[in-house]
Write a protein that binds this ligand. Structure first.
Ligand code: MG
Length: 280
């Protein structure tokens, strides 16, 4: 099943892909689907092209892993870490596929993309062994761990640079996959390929990450783990590259889909008002 959250008739609905259509279901949130409720069809299917896709869910926690791809270590000429480096993004950073990534121009001049495989937890996990960890996954989707590099490195702690409203595009579809460790992952900016890798390059795989996180705190249904980004971020290019007002970023994961977001560097010169909060 490929689950979606979308807007139809002025309200958010849940459905699943049925060919080129979306079949609405009874549930009003993906958390209900994750809990096994509300899966019955509700009304007629609608053409996929006629719906506005929303972020699939508002996570309870968004856990992130820094430096989790071998190719990302190689490009920086550093040794791979011996355990996962965890950090967090706030749930208010989540934004929808197609919605703009926005930031005030006076906040950062070095905003970067990070395409990542996002894992959505399906049931409570506390101190689970790695061998059982994948049974705690509900599904996978694409994420962009948008990062203000100048703020990230000046602060030391990363949460401010990575938690601006709109700095966590998520979606579109929430998908079950058999093997999360063999998926192509590509980022394009304005059609130009910037990241081109495979989840087989992960240092700590999905099962190990879930087990590792769950040793420290409880993972709950609807929590999301961003599993790290491969080589090719603008920060590590020579010369460095950053996202600019008017760019379009695409994060594509094989078998899951394309997460596409335009970029607005919000400043008075563009006549843009302060970006609205995501409504849930
Ligand atoms: Mg990241």
């Amino acid at each position: 099943m490929r689950w979606l959250r979308f807007e139809s008739g002025g309200r958010a609905r849940i459905g699943y892909e049925r060919g080129a259509q979306v079949q609405p279901v009874v549930a009003e949130s993906l958390q209900e689907i994750i809990a096994g409720r509300g899966t019955a069809d509700a009304g007629a299917p609608v053409p996929r092209g006629d719906v506005t896709v929303l972020a699939p869910l508002r996570p309870g926690k968004i856990l992130c892993v820094g430096l989790n791809y071998m190719d990302h270590c190689r490009e920086q000429k550093i040794e791979p870490p011996d355990r996962p480096t965890l950090f967090a993004k706030f749930p208010t950073s989540v934004t929808a596929p197609g919605a703009p990534i926005r930031w005030p121009a006076d906040f950062s001049s070095q905003v970067d993309y990070e395409a990542e495989l996002a894992v959505v937890i399906g049931r409570e996990a506390k101190r689970v062994p790695e061998a059982e960890a994948l049974s705690y996954v509900f599904g996978y989707t694409a994420a962009n761990d948008v990062s203000a590099r100048d703020v990230q490195f000046a602060d030391g702690q990363w949460v401010r640079a990575k938690s601006l409203d709109t700095f966590c595009p998520l979606g579109s579809e929430l998908v079950q996959v058999d093997d999360p460790q063999n998926l192509k992952l590509i980022t394009r900016v304005n059609g130009e390929v910037m990241q081109d890798s495979n989840t087989s390059e992960m240092i700590f795989g999905v099962a190990e990450l879930i087990s590792f996180c769950s040793q420290s705190f409880t993972l709950e249904a609807g929590d999301v783990i961003l599993t790290g980004t491969p080589w090719g971020c603008g920060e590590f290019m020579e010369p460095k590259r950053s996202l600019s007002h008017g760019d379009v970023v695409e994060c594509e994961i094989e078998g899951i889909g394309v997460l596409r977001n335009p970029v607005i560097s919000w400043q008075d010169a563009h006549g843009e008002p302060a970006p609205p909060r995501v409504a849930w």
